[in-house]
Design a protein around this ligand. Structure first.
Ligand SMILES: Cc1ncc(COP(=O)(O)O)c(C=O)c1O
Length: 391
């Protein structure tokens, strides 16, 4: 299936106009190809497709036009050569590790990553003979002390979930070039609209499309964007192990990309206002938001991101009891285990997303017991602030 080529267009136009070739029905909006398998003209056609002598769809675990449309858009928006879509963000992370690491290899990972990413290391990589070490995301000199001769891959999240640590992707890329490592960046919080890690030297970008890519809290999905060579190494895992994205979810995600830029602009505008308001309040110890000048990573953030994103974390002076009171006093803001939605969401990472980590691991990842995470939605900012009853 040919994809309409629009690669020289601007971000917003590509997100809207890259589309599966029109069918004989002359539809305007892109159709959904909800089918498990595809038919062959005859025995010779079937043989040629299975022998990879001709390209075409065989079975939706391998390829599907709706999924391919989403993959093509994600590759274009991240300015990568190719993309593999997955059923979830975690499937994208797992498929990358399972395909590119082998027994005897060593992985370096930032201490500040999403909770389930840690669990992959402990529960799977170790039993397959893959060792790992965590690094301090903000102390690049310390990285030299943990890199080993068998280290293959460096995995980062920037901004990180939930601490919003900012890592200098260019500096990380220089470190990886020096040590011959693949640099993998989870770009979930920023989205390709705000940050394009491949242009800053990363080799692989990972997404949980469940978040801002969908943006409306409806479907799960993930994506891996990289060079054709790297994607070719990961594709067999996808094809054979099967964490493929469903055509329906791919269609939703592809439609959602059409509004990503405009949604992200409003998420960023609202979040900056809420972050500034929180910073002015005596009940708050500190506020973490990439585009607040008081933040440690501010200089790097303004260099590598277009705007600060929709996520804020902050700590209340009176610790978790005040946090609990704040969460229980809200009337509009949702208490739910997701982020990147049109609706503002509040969470307490220590008792939810990062509860499986030990207290020491949480402290190392910058997650205090009183840390509150806000995913700022698209409601009017006055209503969001009014629902945050700090005192
Ligand atoms: C930064 C980050 N990466 C990956 C994931 C995992 O994505 P999913 O829930 O789609 O598997 C999440 C989920 O919250 C996340 O926040």
């Amino acid at each position: 299936m040919k994809i309409f080529k629009a690669c020289t267009m601007e971000f917003e136009t590509k997100a809207i106009r890259l589309q599966t070739e029109r069918t004989q029905q002359h539809e305007h909006s892109t159709p959904i190809f909800v089918t498990s398998s595809f038919v062959f003209d005859d025995a010779e056609h079937m043989r040629a497709l299975f022998a990879n002598e001709e390209s075409g769809n065989i079975y939706s675990r391998f390829t599907n036009p709706s999924v391919r449309e989403f993959e093509t858009k994600m590759a274009a928006l991240e300015e990568g050569e190719d993309c593999i879509a997955t059923s979830t963000g975690m499937a994208a992370i797992f498929a990358t590790f399972a395909s590119l690491l082998q027994s005897g290899d060593h992985l370096l990972m930032s201490r500040a990553v999403f909770g389930s990413t840690f669990k992959i290391n402990d529960d799977y990589l170790l039993k397959w003979g893959i060792q790992y070490d965590y690094l301090d995301p903000l102390d690049i000199l310390q990285w030299e002390t943990v890199v080993k001769s068998n280290t293959k891959l460096l995995y980062l999240e920037t901004p990180s979930n939930p601490g919003l640590d900012i890592i200098d992707i260019k500096a990380a890329s220089a470190f990886c070039l020096q040590h011959n490592l693949l640099l993998v960046v989870d770009n979930c919080f920023a989205t390709p609209y705000l940050q394009r890690p491949l242009l800053l030297g990363a080799d692989i970008v990972i997404h949980s499309a469940t978040k801002y890519i969908d943006g409306q809290g409806r479907v799960m999905g993930g994506a891996i964007i990289a060079s054709k060579g790297i994607i070719e190494k990961i594709y067999p895992f996808m094809k054979n192990a099967g964490p493929s994205l469903s055509p329906f979810n791919a269609w939703i995600l592809s439609k959602s990309l059409e509004t990503l830029a405009i949604r992200m602009d409003r998420h960023c505008e609202n979040a900056l206002k809420v972050a500034q308001w929180l910073e002015s309040r005596p009940e708050v110890n500190f506020v973490k938001y990439p585009f607040l000048p008081s933040n440690t990573g501010y200089e790097t953030a303004i260099r590598q991101m277009k705007a600060g994103g929709g996520m804020i974390s902050f700590e209340l002076t009176d610790g978790f009891s005040a946090g609990k009171k704040l969460i229980d006093s809200r009337e509009m803001i949702s208490l739910t285990a997701n982020l990147g939605d049109t609706r503002t969401i509040i969470t307490h990472p220590a008792s939810s997303t990062h509860s499986k980590l030990s207290k020491e691991q949480r402290t190392e990842a910058g997650i205090s017991d009183g840390l509150i995470r806000l995913s700022i939605g698209l409601e009017h900012v006055n209503d969001i602030i009014n629902d945050l009853k700090l005192s």
